[in-house]
Design a protein around this ligand. Structure first.
Ligand code: GLN
Length: 543
């Protein structure tokens, strides 16, 4: 371990969930990073699932996949996008995982016959994992999921309390994010829920050093003073997080309130002047761009757009770099199935078919792809989107009318997309996959290298012969059909150790299907090359 001890900023939430705690934590991290600190992040999830991998996207928003193949909470995506860094499975853990480890250790006899209890065993396991996540960092931002007062959160709060006690004052800072509700009838912002939430934290033994108040309307100074007084924090440590036109503006809003002054005071940090010029410029282009472009987003879970969070954010990043607003037209693939593609897609500059699982809406997506291919509209297919673009081509160009994926028709005579029964994973280990494998843990997950073909859209986008992108899928393109595809105008332009990673329609202005998920590596300051190239092609198509 480095001699310089890691400092910790714990971010908890009060009153209710969905307050933007993750954005608050990411924003504080971003500002500190731009002062030159090495910033790490950790998300603690108090639920019992071992990881979010098997949760429905309707349940928990998007499953974010890290470079090392962990299926994590979507907040980790925000952290990568804000901090422009790649996180690993050590940056997120759940109560379920903590208990699993402790119970496994107990079975191995590691606790020497002791009675296993929440304090100390569970708390110590949490603590060890926090310390491990902070290794090699100057500052670790730790976000605790859920709301203060939840039964599940208690062991985590106890850990935070103990760490402050053990590490000392200048090593730990507690930030509490709460809501200031505005009561219309009274025309008043109410401070009582915040006071109660802080009281609850104090009861557990945690005194917040900073309060971040979410409010829909501007917060007058006298309210800030009242909260500072009643909650016993310094007035300069009461920060308002008002609604922002883009999440990327939040760090700048915090900076305007001098948030780093109390943070640097508490943690005894020296340089507190972040360099935010590039960031400010990108935010300006998100809010007031010179151009705009309309992309059709053809998908299934459209009522829960959170499940495509990384992708919609990646489109924003690309737009910021191209000085263009990216307007998304949400197109329900089941509607396309019923009413045809043209009705929904004829006014769009680009067509995007994203990843997905299960059969619902698949035929509509295939129709949208056919429309993009025939009408020569820029197209990007991601994961299932690539698989369906091959099925569409097989059916309508190669004339294999029954072409399908074994995911949707296990007995198809033309399995364009099939299940390989073994493959070598990113850690070099052999993985076995069969139709009867359990749901969790059998996907091809995480980062794999991909060789790009010279002269392809893919190569042009990345400017590199070898690229690295992340995966989350079970099925693969079947190499048996490769020659037929290439002889008829669909090129294989990306490959990973013999697996097909990218396809392109040759006679088309811009058509790319990728087996990987480019959206997972897109950051505000480093937009993903494939998505950037797609938005650019769509802007050219518009002209
Ligand atoms: N359902 C497909 C598979 O498992 C695609 C998955 C995805 O789009 N993420 O291969």
């Amino acid at each position: 371990m480095s001699e310089k001890k890691t400092k910790y900023i714990f971010v908890t939430g009060g009153v209710l969930s969905s307050l933007g705690k993750g954005i608050t934590a990411a924003s504080i991290g971003t500002l500190l990073k731009h002062t030159g600190q090495r910033v790490g992040v950790l998300k603690l999830d108090p639920y019992i699932n071992v990881d979010p991998g098997t949760m429905s996207p309707l349940e928990h928003g998007e499953v974010f996949v890290t470079k090392d193949g962990a299926e994590t909470d979507l907040d980790l995506g925000h952290y990568e996008r804000f901090l422009d860094t790649s996180l690993t499975q050590n940056n997120n853990f759940t109560t379920g995982l903590v208990y699993k480890t402790v119970i496994e250790n107990e079975r191995k006899g590691k606790y020497l016959g002791k009675t296993i209890q929440v304090v100390p065993h569970i708390v110590n396991e949490i603590k060890e994992r926090i310390v491990r996540a902070g290794e090699g960092k100057d500052i670790l931002i730790v976000e605790l999921g859920g709301t203060t007062g939840d039964i599940e959160g208690l062991p985590f709060l106890e850990t935070i309390r103990q760490m402050k006690h053990e590490l000392g004052k200048s090593q730990v800072m507690n930030v509490h994010v709460t809501l200031l509700p505005y009561i219309k009838a009274a025309g008043e912002l109410k401070t009582k829920p915040t006071q109660h939430s802080v009281q609850e934290l104090r009861r557990i033994g945690i005194a917040p050093h900073m309060l971040v108040l979410r409010a829909e309307v501007p917060v007058p100074n006298e309210i800030k003073r009242k909260i500072a007084y009643s909650c016993d924090v310094d007035e300069e440590s009461v920060i308002v997080a008002e609604d922002a036109p883009t999440i990327y503006q939040v760090p700048l809003n915090f900076l305007r309130q001098d948030i780093l002054t109390p943070i640097c005071k508490q943690l005894e940090l020296k340089d507190c002047q972040p360099k935010m010029d590039e960031w400010t410029d990108l935010v300006h282009k998100i809010i007031m761009p010179s151009n705009e472009v309309k992309i059709a987003f053809v998908g299934k879970y459209l009522d829960l757009k959170e499940s495509y969070k990384s992708l919609t954010e990646a489109l924003i990043h690309a737009g910021a770099h191209l000085d263009s607003r990216v307007n998304i037209k949400w197109v329900d693939s089941e509607k396309v199935e019923e009413e045809g593609a043209a009705k929904f897609l004829n006014d769009c500059d680009g067509i995007l078919v994203a990843g997905g699982f299960g059969e619902r809406g698949v035929e509509g997506k295939i129709q949208a792809i056919q429309y993009a291919r025939e009408e020569k509209i820029p197209f990007l297919g991601i994961c299932l989107g690539m698989q369906l673009s091959m099925i569409e081509f097989a059916r309508n160009v190669l004339g294999l009318k029954d072409a399908n994926s074994v995911e949707f028709d296990p007995d198809t005579p033309n399995p364009i997309i099939y299940l390989i029964d073994e493959f070598i994973d990113s850690a070099g280990a052999k993985q076995i996959r069969t139709t009867t494998s359990p749901m969790g843990g059998t996907l091809r997950l995480g980062e794999y290298e991909c060789e790009t073909k010279e002269g392809s859209n893919l190569r042009a986008a990345y400017g590199s012969a070898v690229i690295y992108e992340r995966h989350r899928h079970r099925y693969e393109a079947n190499p048996k059909y490769r020659e037929a595809f290439e002889a008829n105008g669909m090129d294989i332009t990306g490959e990973s150790h013999g697996l097909i990673e990218a396809v392109e329609v040759v006679d088309h202005p811009w058509f790319l299907g990728v087996q990987f998920h480019p959206e997972f590596t897109s950051r505000l300051q480093n937009a993903n090359p494939a998505i950037l190239a797609f938005v650019k092609a769509s802007m050219e198509h518009k002209k």
